[in-house]
Every structure is written in C-alpha cells, then in structure tokens.
Write a protein that binds this ligand. Structure first.
Ligand SMILES: [Zn+2]
Length: 137
C-alpha cells in the first residue's frame, strides 16, 4: 500500500497556490475519471475543459510529473490527481478505479437503488436522469 503523503509535501513545494486550488476544485468536481496505480507512478485520466487529459504523477520524483494538457508546467490536473490520491490511500498497486468498471459490477437492482438514492439526494442528478430517459430513443 502506498502512503501518498509525501506527494502532498512535494506538491506544496512545486505547485503554486492558485493551481493547487483549481486542482482541489477539479478533484471535488469528480473530474478524476480513472486512476491506475503503478509501482513508480500513478496514471490518471482527468476531465478537463472540452477534453480529457492523461496525467502522470511520479510517486518518488514529483518533478517528473506530466500532463497532456496545453498548460506549461505543473497544472491543475496534476494537482487534482494528488488530491485524489490523498483521499484514496487504500489503493493498491495495479488497482484501477474506473467509473465504467465500477458501474458494470452492479446488478440491475443495485443500479436502480443507486439511481434512486442519488436522485433523492441531488436534484441535478434527478433532472439529469429524467433528461436522459426523455432523450433516449
Ligand atoms: Zn494538465
């Protein structure tokens, strides 16, 4: 199991505060679509403005971290991935968090239960589900 706390310290050294704040907003906005944990690095897919970016954060060499977005330097996608890792310390090597993989492991009853629960909690989700049903051919 990884302890990602060193990454947080590295990020605070290398990434400016504005970018870190944007990264935190991105993380809280559930923009981390995938995170694969490897022995030396984490590969994340981060939903950016109009595009999804591949972001790699190196666990022991933060300075090497890179992203496919046009920003020059340490970007909010890198920061978002680091914040994500802070809250997912239980992740093990070679473990993937994938939205589609998670979803497909549910039974129909569980999915109905999930949509109901989320829809009751969140009016945006409720509306999104209703819109989806309406638009479905
Ligand atoms: Zn980026």
């Amino acid at each position: 199991m990884h302890d990602f706390s060193g990454l947080m310290i590295e990020m605070e050294i290398h990434v400016n505060e504005t970018i870190m704040k944007r990264g935190l907003t991105y993380y809280r906005g559930n923009r981390i679509l995938d995170a694969d944990i490897f022995p030396t690095h984490v590969h994340g897919v981060v939903n950016g403005k109009g595009d999804d970016y591949d972001t790699i954060v190196y666990l022991d060499q933060f300075e090497q971290s890179i992203c496919t977005c046009p920003f020059n330097g340490y970007c909010k996608h890198i920061a978002a991935l680091v914040f994500f890792l802070q809250d997912h310390k239980e992740l093990r090597e070679n473990e993937t968090i994938s939205f589609s993989a998670e979803i497909s492991s549910f039974s129909k009853d569980d999915l109905v239960q999930m949509v109901q629960t989320l829809g009751e909690k969140n009016s945006f989700i409720r509306q999104a589900v209703l819109d989806y049903i309406k638009e479905k051919p």
